[in-house]
Design a protein around this ligand. Structure first.
Ligand SMILES: NC(=O)c1ccc[n+]([C@@H]2O[C@H](COP(=O)([O-])OP(=O)(O)OC[C@H]3O[C@@H](n4cnc5c(N)ncnc54)[C@H](OP(=O)(O)O)[C@@H]3O)[C@@H](O)[C@H]2O)c1
Length: 232
């Protein structure tokens, strides 16, 4: 049996990843707040302790089975809040960093704890963004988290190299995708996000990528290559 664990699999790119990996015969477990399928485990990554308990319990149970292959896709992400950093509340900082940064570290760490000694092929795919390398006015929390996780996974790969049964880590920049996240960006007031017009233009000119197409490229490029950074 093959296993795919996907964060934020209820909609957008995550839902397309769930569909595709499922069609390739993987048992799916997805973590989100609103996912309502038999593959869904409900958890809110804004709540660190509750989500860590749910993820730990689930991973421990999953790791009791032997698999022919295991994939973890760290897809969860949230663009809000958008605006200058001084406008946000103390709670805003925490919620954003929990969802965009800490959750992926926690999920990857717990995954490593329970699956390190499994002998099968194991891959962690991290869905990053161009925002990791290109700063955008109003996106400081999102850009900072994406950049931090890029470096986290470079370090992760270094730590895996001497392992007897290493877990391969690959970071993926998926381009601009037609999801709810893009709708949120287009609906942001221009004074909070001056680049908004460019994103409206991408939508109007049909230049947004479909989640299904991006998922297919991720499957092809991230599983079947030895690259550790992939732009799809
Ligand atoms: N769209 C783009 O143009 C674009 C570009 C570059 C990178 N990305 C990256 O691609 C990934 C997917 O983005 P998307 O565009 O598909 O976003 P999306 O449509 O907004 O979907 C986000 C997913 O994350 C889940 N999620 C959000 N907050 C959560 C929370 N507090 N707890 C648990 N789950 C939560 C959502 O599920 P629930 O709402 O059910 O909780 C949903 O399944 C993200 O990492 C994003 O940064 C997107």
């Amino acid at each position: 049996m093959k296993l795919a664990i996907i964060t934020g699999g209820s909609k957008g790119l995550g839902a397309a990843l769930v569909d595709l990996w499922k069609r390739h015969g993987y048992r799916i477990v997805e973590f989100s707040r609103t996912g309502a399928t038999k593959d869904s485990v409900q958890c809110d990554f804004q709540d660190y302790h509750q989500s860590a308990t749910i993820v730990s319990t689930t991973m421990k149970q999953l790791s009791d089975t032997e698999y022919s292959e295991v994939v973890l896709i760290n897809n969860v992400g949230a663009i809000l809040p958008i605006g200058p950093i001084g406008d946000f509340s103390i709670e805003d900082y925490q919620k954003s960093i929990h969802v965009n940064f800490l959750s992926t570290i926690m999920v990857s760490g717990v995954f490593t704890k329970y699956f390190q000694q499994h002998r099968c092929n194991k891959t962690i795919i991290y869905i990053s963004s161009g925002a990791a390398i290109r700063p955008k006015y109003g996106w400081s929390l999102y850009c900072g988290a994406k950049a931090g996780l890029d470096q986290f996974f470079r370090t992760y790969a270094l730590e895996q190299s001497p392992q007897k049964y290493p877990i391969r880590a690959v970071t993926c920049n998926p381009g601009v995708i037609d999801t709810d996240m893009q709708e949120t960006i287009r609906n942001t007031p221009e004074e909070l996000f001056p680049e908004k017009a460019r994103f409206i233009g991408l939508k109007n000119n049909n230049e947004l990528r479909s989640p299904e197409h991006v998922a297919a490229e991720i499957y092809q490029r991230c599983l079947n290559s030895t690259e550790d950074y992939v732009e799809v």
